[in-house]
Design a binder for this molecule. Sequence first.
Ligand code: SD4
Length: 341
Amino acid sequence: MNRRTLIKTLGLGSLGALISKSRGAIIEKNIRPLVISTWHNQGVAANTAAWSILSTGGSSLDAVELGVQQSENDIYNCCVGLGANPDREGIVTLDASIMDHKGRCGAVAFVEGVKSPIALARRVMEKTPHVMLAGSGAQQFAKEQGFEILPNKLSDHAQKTYNNWLIKSEYKPVINIEQSNKPIAAPPVKLDNGEFNHDTIGMVAIDAEGNLSGACTTSGMAFKMRGRIGDSPIIGAGLYVDNKVGAATSSGNGEEVIRTCGSFLVVEFMRQGFSPNEACKKAVQRLLEITPTDPKTVQIGFIAINKAGEHGGFSLNPGFDYTATSNEENHQKHVLNSLLK
Ligand code: SD4
């Protein structure tokens, strides 16, 4: 009996107790609540906040919003929120998306002066007939919704990093800027080169009711061209949730993720019965097949959970990790396997 027949025969596709096939063995779990987020350094603070909601019976939607806001509020974060690195004109522009178990989604892209783009993305989802607002329109909507609009003023560390960048003005994304050999306590944490050690945060969660949600928020690639939008606010690229199957999110070079509809692809592989780990690996393999970029020069990581509370992830190059929190795991760090070594 093949996977699909098995799932069909057992009627599990619609019941939600997904079974995934891993290394020949059928695994069935039912772990909930559960939250995972990209990277361990910022993931602990984010998961702690999300867990405060999930562990008391709250919804995965509230959990992921509060979770990723920890990174948005962290003024030392190089890659999330208004303290992050700017574009090449010296302006911080933010991207974010959120999606819930009902298939509702909202996103903002290329937005300036908004402290919590994820909260704004949620407003787009809940208060408008649209999915995505960008640029000045997103900012206008933020004002209408009572969000404070802050002037563009770089944080001290972003100003310093930007000044350094201006010397050569070379756009050269650095892979694994997040990787550090230092033990991670609380932010801010510096890398050996003196730069702050954080990244885009993507988070997916399942609550006690079994409902899935996800959120992703970022300042995008540092020193990007003005107007550039990455994968993080694009539903299906940086984030995707299907309440019958699972949820996935990504971090890394967004252009590569957009090209592959990465998070959607991960969820579709889980729908076919692959475990979160295998689904992420297959999405990275697809990416490698079609990318016109030298794969050694870019980094991409996907992380995912399925309806049964299994989680996993896979990256293109080594050095990527994520944080898992459930009744079984206390902000556990998981290092991703990678396709290239
Ligand atoms: C982007 N995926 O804008 C984001 C950035 C990121 O590590 O994840 N950086 O492409």
